[in-house]
Design a protein around this ligand. Structure first.
Ligand code: GLV
Length: 344
């Protein structure tokens, strides 16, 4: 009996030419405009699908998974996948994939840009100039914190953390300290110029602290009032990971009261909403979750997600072997390449 073409949902407008590679093999339901979905809309979209390309905005939870009997793969266009219930996907035998590596350097660039902008008061001083407040050059105005030669603290030493460490060590002569679930091999420490320290030492010694660890319930509000109180009052905090890592009210209080020097944030707990307490501050630089947003990298992310999706559906040169799965190997091996009807 002839097999029907797999059905694929694409949750947001991506790059048509790359998504076109899916349309060559599958019936694609694309979304022409940026769309915000509730849980019911996600469940309805997935109900009759074999696969989906989704972004970090779409939360894929147990109800949607239970209501999607044909579903074989969720290809997330992003490296972080806290929007996916990976345990439930694994239990249902559905492959989940993400897009690591291709965005590492671009995201590290943005982390460094935020660090420099916050420490050297670039956005604040630009705004002041545009407001016409620059009447006379002044020796003592807009004094910030040095980046070169200072101590860079990195919390989370995965690929992006290491790329930031290299920039700090090799480019800016910084002393680089890191804290991570596990210590890195000596060769990686040497190459990145990074020294392992415990969490408290990292907080106490960093002149600039960059958060690059994954978000999970265990890391919720890791940077809260207690952690901030252990930091130098001149320090900078940069968050390019997930908003939930930081207690934003405690951060705003510390910044407003001079207990912390500055912050650079690309991610927020309730994004796209940003707390008014943060918006009101001059010593925080705010960007709208653009860590991986270069033209080249965003295309590479979509291409990797498409490669993952097709492979998990048993199509193309990597059939059965999606390049970057996040679900267990046995789920990937069992599902990839099977017909939808055989799955459950
Ligand atoms: C962006 O935040 C990503 O996880 O790729």
């Amino acid at each position: 009996m002839a097999q029907s073409r797999p059905r694929v949902w694409v949750s947001q407008p991506l790059f048509d030419d790359i998504v076109g590679q899916v349309a060559a093999h599958c019936d694609v339901r694309a979304t022409p405009e940026v769309t915000e979905y509730g849980q019911d809309a996600i469940a309805a979209a997935l109900r009759d699908c074999d696969g989906a390309l989704v972004t970090l905005n779409e939360r894929i939870g147990t109800d949607a998974i239970a209501a999607a009997p044909r579903l074989r793969v969720i290809a997330n266009v992003g490296v972080g996948y806290d929007n996916l219930d990976v345990a439930a996907l694994d239990a249902a035998g559905i492959v989940a994939t993400n897009t690591p590596d291709v965005l590492t350097e671009t995201t590290a660039d943005l982390g460094f840009a935020l660090l420099m902008a916050a420490a050297r008061r670039i956005v604040e001083s630009e705004r002041w100039l545009r407001e016409g407040q620059w009447k006379q050059w002044s020796f003592s105005s807009m004094l910030g914190a040095d980046v070169h030669g200072s101590t860079l603290g990195i919390l989370g030493m995965g690929r992006i953390g290491r790329a930031i460490a290299r920039r700090g060590h090799h480019g800016f002569g910084m002393k680089v300290l890191y804290h991570n679930r596990s210590r890195l091999p000596a060769g990686v420490e040497r190459e990145t110029g990074a020294q392992y320290v415990d969490f408290d030492a990292l907080l106490a010694q960093a002149d600039h602290l960059v958060l690059v660890l994954p978000y999970s319930p265990a890391s919720h509000h890791l940077i809260g009032a207690a952690a901030l109180a252990r930091m130098k009052p001149t320090a900078t905090v940069v968050n390019i990971a997930r908003g939930g890592l930081v207690d934003e009210i405690a951060l705003a209080d510390a910044l407003a009261q001079g207990r912390l020097g500055a912050a650079g944030l690309d991610v927020y707990e309730g994004e796209p909403a940003v707390r008014p307490e943060l918006l009101a501050l001059r010593n925080v630089v705010l960007t709208p979750h653009i860590g991986s947003a270069s033209r080249h990298t965003r295309r590479a992310m979509v291409q990797l997600a498409v490669d993952n999706l097709l492979a998990a559906l048993g199509i193309g040169p990597r059939a059965g072997h999606p390049p970057t799965p996040v679900t267990a190997k046995k789920t990937t091996a069992a599902v990839a390449g099977q017909g939808a009807a055989e799955k459950r």
